[in-house]
Design a protein around this ligand. Sequence first.
Ligand SMILES: *[C@@H]1O[C@H](CO)[C@@H](O)[C@H](O)[C@H]1NC(C)=O
Length: 92
Amino acid sequence: MKVSRCVLFGAAVAVVHSRPAVKRAINDATILNYALTLEHLEATFYQQGLQNYTHEDFLNAGFPDPFYSNLEQVASDEQNHVEFLTGALTGM
Ligand SMILES: *[C@@H]1O[C@H](CO)[C@@H](O)[C@H](O)[C@H]1NC(C)=O
């Protein structure tokens, strides 16, 4: 997930920098809002996944025991990213 996020961000930066003649309306708030949108998607995905499936569902599907608690940690991290970026934008 982190690699794909870096790839997306890199692609966005490449697109922005490949158009030097276009007046750039991209600023810190635009970038933070973009990142916030991605973090909302990720946080919602993990939150829904944990609501839709139990620990037992993951064990029955063949995932090792720490997998579910790792997902809970990732879900918490993603929510923290949403709150961090929301705070950064609010402080601007
Ligand atoms: C969770 O279930 C809802 C309702 O069926 C579905 O719309 C959503 O895509 C599911 N999300 C995940 C991550 O499983």
